[in-house]
Each structure stands twice: as C-alpha cells, then as structure tokens.
Write a protein that binds this ligand. Structure first.
Ligand code: PXG
Length: 442
C-alpha cells in the first residue's frame, strides 16, 4: 500500500474549491508554495509576478517582516481572547488607530473576519440604527446592479452579480437595486474617472418614489466596483448619491473591501472622492491578507444612538467568536506600520499615471474593447468568443500563469490590482507579458 500521507497529499478530490472550476483545476493544478514581496513561487519552482495582490488583499506585498514578526510574537503571547464581554489591548489600539485614519465622523470600528461579514454587519447596524431612532419602518436595503458585497445572504441580496444570486432562492426580501454605471458607448477607454453617467444615480430617486423614503434604511455601493470587472463612478455620481441619501434620511454605506487601504492612492475611497458615508465596510488590506479580518467603520451618531438604556445591557446583539482576534489585530498593526513606514497608502497616487499609460498602451492588442483604470486598479475588457462567454479571458489567465504573471478574470474582463510595492520595472514586465498573452490567445 502507498504511504497514506502522500496519498492524502496527492488527493485533490476532497477540497471543494471556492469560486473555482474544480474539474478543470484538478486536471492541471496550479499550486503556490511560497510568496515573498511581489512574487509567488509555484510548486514547480517558478516565480510568478503578483498582478492582483492575491485576491486584492496583499497590499503590502508578501511575507513582509514586520507583519510576520507581529503574528509570530502574538501567537506565542496571547493566542486567543474571548471577544464577548472581554477585551485585549491590541483590539483597542487597532480600533483607535483605524478610526484616526478615517474622516472624523467615522470614529468607531466593529471587527469582523471577512468582507462578507463586514457587509452583513453594516446592513444589520443600519437596520438596528433606524429602529433605535424611531425610524423602524425603514427596513429596505438598496444595492446596485453588478455590485459585489461578498457571499453571505445579506451581501448577495444587495449584490447584483447574477451568477452569484440566481441559484440561491429569494434571499432577503425588501431589497431593490439601482442600475449600474457601465456605459461603454460613451465611456470606453476613459482614463480614470469617466465623464458620462452621473445621471444614473437618479435611479435612486425613482426607487424612493416607488417605495417612499420612510421604508428605506440604507444604500450600499462599492465606490469603485471591483469584482464585476472594475466599474468606475462617473464624475459627480458619488457626491450626488450622498446628497440624495442625506435629503431622504437614508444611510449611505461604502463597501471599501477592495478600495480600502491604499488601492486608489489615498487611504480610503472616502478620502479619494471626498465623500463621507455613514458606514464603511473593509477587510482584505487591513491585514494585507495575512490573517482573515474585516472592520466596519461607523459614524459617532450611529454609535451614540445605541449607547443608551441600562448600562449592564448589551447594546448590539451581533458579533463573531473571532471579532478582534488577537493574531489578526497583531497582523493589522504590523501591516499599518508597514504601510506608514513605506508610504504605501498614497504610493498608488505616485504610480497611477505610469500605470495608466502602460495599461492603455494595450489598447491596440487583439480582442480589447475597453480599458479602465484608477489608482493601482486596471481592467481590460475583451470581446467574448461568440457563444462561449468567459472562455477568452480564462485562456488569457491560464497563459499568463504559464508566462509568469498572476492576473484575475471575471467574465471576459481581466482585472489587475498589484501590491502597492510594485516597481515601475515590474509594471513594465506585467504589461509586456500581458501584451504577449493577448497576442497569443485565440
Ligand atoms: N465586498 C467587496 C466590495 C468585495 O470586493 C467582499 C465584499 C467580500 O469579502 P470576503 O472577504 O468575504 O471575500 C469583496 C470580496 C475578485 C475577488 O477577484 C473579489 C473579492 C473576493 C475574491 C475575489 O474580484 N471581493
């Protein structure tokens, strides 16, 4: 009989892989066994340039010394502390540090373990807040077509990606969606923020007129929609969205799971666009992807609305066993130190012009029908193969991996979001290799 350990190692069947073509993968596995700075090491010993910061999360790059050390030290010192009715100092230190990074009304932080949990948390806080201020009829949640807010039932309910919703029943009731902002006829190949389409936000007025503002608790949007293939807010859109929400007593939630922690060249999209929402959901870059963690920022007026009633009573019946996990807090603190010391939260603003020029240099490649960019985000939309949607981009992904670059695809869109430590030479390498890939695929 063969050695049971190696048999287990070689058996790829047991692991049902998330958001993966399992059968395709298991025929030709792509395995990473190491990572350092801008590169992954594959099981066959190759170096792969990380064009996606893992899954939009490793903003400080891989295996950074401050983060590694912080995690190692924390596990040996305090491995776990109960999250309910007990605390540990790093949770408070981290929350205070994060709150100080946000515009002033966003002074409080609720910890979760992922973007999906942050979204559920923000939606629940919004509903509970409206009730606590005597607005209990406000139970509707408004999302947007093509939005991605993770995979919990709350997130897929307000989300607008059809394949993430259609097989999962009726989800939350009382949810409506604004239309998305994609307008290739007018905006294709825009550099940065597109000119046209601010009027799409008026859809919210239509929804308010249909349901009445008194039934609507909150609107949630990604300031820049990532997962759906990078859709940027048209000029003036987010400002107008803030105004409509204000005028109608509706809370505005920014889902900054992707845009948070430096992706646009400012610490948060909130800073980048100069629009302050009532709640902000984050995850990913908070620990540079090293340990699962999320955080929901909320305004003082929301927090204060809960801080009444008898003092021995729990104010919000919500939380996770691993909220503010000590090892995650340590990882986040080490990550924030790294961001600060290396100026990473604004580095994308220094690189964005170079990035934009390189990316738009791919305009003449075969199949390219649109290119979009902001900060250190890029998207290249390909003409789908007739009758075989997603296949062209997936072939590009496979070829890119063989050629030593990691890219992401969604539908027929290639998305790029490298660690914020990328050098200009590595940006050149990424686009040079991508050019060859686009010329090589059918
Ligand atoms: N909100 C937004 C805006 C996200 O982008 C989530 C919530 C959910 O986060 P968790 O941690 O629960 O996965 C996300 C996650 C991709 C990709 O390639 C994007 C995400 C996750 C995995 C892949 O576009 N976004």
């Amino acid at each position: 009989m063969s050695n049971p350990t190696s048999a287990a190692t070689n058996n790829l069947e047991a692991f049902w892989m998330p958001f993966t073509a399992n059968r395709q993968f298991k025929q030709a596995p792509r395995m990473f066994v190491g990572a350092k700075d801008m590169h992954y090491t594959t099981s066959d010993g190759r170096q792969v340039l990380d064009g996606t910061a893992g899954l939009w999360c490793c903003n400080a790059g891989h295996s950074r010394p401050k983060v590694v050390e912080a995690v190692q030290k924390q596990i040996a010192e305090l491995d776990y502390a109960p999250a309910f009715q007990m605390g540990h100092p790093k949770a408070f230190e981290l929350a205070a540090r994060l709150a100080a990074m946000m515009p002033s009304p966003l002074n409080h932080v609720f910890f979760t373990n992922s973007g999906s949990e942050s979204v559920d948390t923000a939606l629940k806080i919004a509903l509970a807040y409206q009730r606590s201020i005597g607005q209990g009829t406000r139970t509707r949640l408004i999302g947007r077509e093509r939005g991605y807010h993770g995979v919990g039932f709350g997130g897929i309910s307000v989300g607008g990606i059809v394949s993430n919703r259609k097989t999962f029943g009726t989800m939350l009731t009382g949810v409506d969606h604004m239309r998305h902002t994609h307008d290739p006829a007018r905006n294709a190949f825009s550099r940065g923020i597109p000119e046209h389409g601010a009027e799409y936000v008026e859809d919210l007025i239509r929804i308010i007129q249909l349901h009445d503002a008194s039934t609507i608790a909150a609107v949630i949007v990604e300031p820049v929609a990532g997962s759906t293939g990078v859709l940027l807010p048209p000029k003036g859109y987010l400002e107008r969205l803030r105004k409509i929400c204000d005028d109608n007593g509706i809370l505005l939630i920014f889902d900054e799971v992707i845009t948070g922690f430096g992706r646009l060249g400012a610490p948060f999209a909130t800073d980048f666009f100069g629009v302050t929402p009532d709640l902000v959901t984050t995850a990913k870059g908070i620990t540079s992807g090293v340990i699962p963690m999320g955080a929901v920022f909320c305004s003082s007026s929301i927090y204060d609305a809960f801080m009444n009633g008898p003092e021995h009573m729990i104010e919000l019946f919500h939380g996770y066993t691993y909220s503010a996990h000590p090892v995650a807090c340590a990882a986040a603190l080490g990550t924030l130190d790294t961001y600060e010391e290396e100026g990473l939260l604004t580095r994308a603003s220094e690189l964005s012009q170079y990035w934009e020029d390189g990316l738009h240099g791919l305009k003449d490649c075969p199949h390219v029908i649109d290119i979009r960019n902001l900060g250190l985000i890029g998207a290249i939309e390909l003409e789908p193969i007739a009758g075989e949607p997603t296949k062209r981009a997936f072939s590009a992904f496979l070829k890119a991996y063989d050629d030593g670059i990691l890219i992401r695809t969604t539908g027929d869109i290639i998305a790029l979001s490298p660690p914020l430590i990328i050098s200009k030479a590595q940006i050149d390498e990424l686009f040079d290799k991508l050019r060859k890939v686009l010329h090589a695929i059918a």
